[in-house]
Ligand binder design. Structure first.
Ligand code: GDP
Length: 136
């Protein structure tokens, strides 16, 4: 049965900085995702704090928000059947050292904080995150 979903993906500053934008987009395309909307932006620290507010009690929250606002990022809406889970699988584990072979984080991630990509983790968060960056 088809279950077309949208999810929010971000190519994080470490990957944009290393010129991996097109290579990572091709990973999505070759895995059957459609990129239906995208923009390259730089967000402020307070926007990053708002985006990551679910993590505000975590010890790494401040570093995380400084990092996401440290340079250009590419935000995209990805569409595919079961896109949310499919994207989480394609990204791999949060820590690139623990990510499976073939995943984006295994291929490109540098460390648990500089792990190259973000992807929504639930249908509810996908809607919130898409609305955060694409409010129309
Ligand atoms: P994700 O959904 O796989 O991105 O992981 P989480 O939602 O748990 O965490 C959000 C982001 O916070 C991750 O992508 C990492 O960039 C960062 N992060 C998570 N855990 C840690 C940690 O223990 N230390 C640091 N420095 N960053 C972390």
């Amino acid at each position: 049965m088809s279950n077309l979903e949208k999810t929010l993906s971000i190519i994080k500053p470490d990957a944009v900085e290393r010129g991996l934008e097109n290579e990572i987009k091709n990973q999505f395309l070759s895995n059957g995702f459609e990129i239906t909307n995208e923009k390259k932006i730089k967000i402020s620290k307070s926007e990053a704090e708002d985006f990551y507010k679910v993590h505000q009690t975590k010890p790494f929250y401040n570093d995380l928000c400084s990092y996401l606002s440290s340079g250009p990022i590419v935000v995209m809406i990805l569409e595919k059947n079961n896109a949310i889970l499919a994207n989480r699988k394609l990204m791999g584990a949060t820590d690139p050292n623990k990510a499976e072979e073939g995943t984006i984080r295994k291929k490109y991630g540098l460390s648990i904080d500089k792990n190259s990509v973000h992807g929504s983790d639930s249908l509810e968060n996908a809607k919130i995150e898409i609305n955060f960056f694409f409010k129309d």
